[in-house]
Design a protein around this ligand. Structure first.
Ligand code: XIL
Length: 378
């Protein structure tokens, strides 16, 4: 996210519309009063107001299955889960000849029981903490490395065949300046690993959706240009790619919805799917106006509500129904988000998600909901 270098100033909303429920009770008899259930925005779940067949996903944390506190929220609001970490490389393929599927299988089995589909994340990713040690120190040359990677992709996709709806085949292959990232994959194979991974995934599962996934592409710029060139090369070579996953770890004030819209459209215009794969909207912007929010103030929550609404609205407007890979939020409660633990945040707290630490819906949730219902964002 280092290229998030905007200098925009946040415009703090000075006035908020107070939305009390205004309920009055006319009960005057001695019959015990029953608190009327006042319908309000938050009484409707995301799933219940979403356009038909729209995938609305959420990342399921590492303790999601054992710590059941988020199950109701997820089962009521979402129809897809992405394991936040459990299906990353090292956890599925810790040693060259050893795969480990039990934990990931438990997510898939839970999802099946609760009518949730699963987005597989991710077959290939450079990031150190999840890269298997044996890949980091691989001694073989290009041919051996590609053969090892073929076995990795084929074995995993084959294992989950028919059980996951889509895969992030490659994650974050392009760096912040728009060059190919100098990962172990690139060092060993140049860009050859990219085509091969998609071809191997398709050979193992003929119907699953196959995505290239990355951050900051929605900003346009060099990274987006490189990705499009990569994509067009793949299409020309008939590499089986279904779509692009925009992670969308976006700022409250950056990039603009017009830029986001143009990025989505550029992919949809090629007839490829667009997925918002890891949406979150922190209040603070370490690349711009800094850490100005020390708590979730009402004006900040209102800005975040509007931002969520405008992002979802833009997605629904820019991407035709048949090309929608869906929208996934990267976590349930603010208190569980990865954002404050990323190096850029340097220990500063933030509140980037739809539910607060108590599992209560935030204004951001209502913003998401407004867009799903095609209502104005305000
Ligand atoms: C993050 C998880 O949320 C954290 O729990 C983990 O420590 C690091 O990875 N882009 C991605 C995701 O593709 O896999 C990352 O998830 C967030 C950035």
């Amino acid at each position: 996210m280092n290229i998030l270098r905007n200098l925009f100033q946040v415009t703090v909303l000075l006035s908020l519309v107070a939305c009390g429920d205004g309920a009055t009770s006319n009960v005057t008899s001695s019959v015990p009063a029953v608190t009327p259930q006042i319908p309000n925005a938050t009484s409707k779940t995301l799933k219940s107001v979403a356009p038909e067949n729209l995938i609305i996903g959420v990342a399921a944390s590492d303790d999601y299955l054992t710590n059941t506190k988020n199950h109701d929220i997820v089962e009521q609001n979402f129809n897809q889960i992405t394991a936040e970490n459990a299906m990353k490389m090292k956890f599925l393929h810790p040693t060259e000849n050893g795969f480990s599927f039990a934990n990931a299988d438990a997510y898939v089995s839970y999802a099946k029981t609760h009518n949730l589909s699963v987005h597989g994340h991710t077959l290939i990713w450079y990031s150190d903490y999840q890269l298997p040690d044996f890949m980091k120190t691989y001694s073989g040359g290009k041919t051996e490395f590609l053969a090892m990677l073929k076995n990795h992709v084929t074995t995993i996709v084959n294992h989950f065949k028919g059980q996951v709806q889509s895969w992030d085949v490659v994650n974050e292959a392009i760096d912040d300046n728009g060059g190919y990232r100098n990962s172990v994959f690139y060092q060993k194979t140049g860009t050859d690993y990219l085509d091969q991974a998609f071809r191997d995934a398709r050979a193992a599962d003929t119907t699953v959706d196959l995505f290239y996934n990355d951050y900051s592409m929605e900003q346009g710029g060099n990274k987006f240009q490189t990705m499009q060139a990569m994509l067009d090369g793949m299409l020309a070579r008939q590499v089986p790619i279904t779509g692009i996953g925009f992670q969308m770890h976006v700022m409250l004030d950056y990039p603009s919805v017009d830029t986001i819209r143009a990025s989505f459209k550029a992919i949809a215009d090629r007839g490829l799917k667009v997925k918002i794969s890891e949406l979150d909207v922190p209040l603070n912007n370490p690349y711009g106006y800094g850490f100005i929010y020390k708590s979730l103030t009402d004006p900040a929550a209102a800005l975040q509500k509007k931002r969520y609404c405008e992002i979802i609205k833009t997605y629904l407007e820019a991407v035709p129904v048949n090309l929608r890979g869906g929208v996934t939020v990267w976590g349930v409660r603010d208190s569980e988000s990865w954002i404050p633990s990323t190096p850029d945040w340097k220990g500063n707290a933030d509140w980037p998600l739809l539910f607060d630490a108590n599992g209560k819906t935030k204004p951001a949730f209502e913003g998401f909901q407004l867009a799903l219902e095609s209502k104005p964002c305000g």
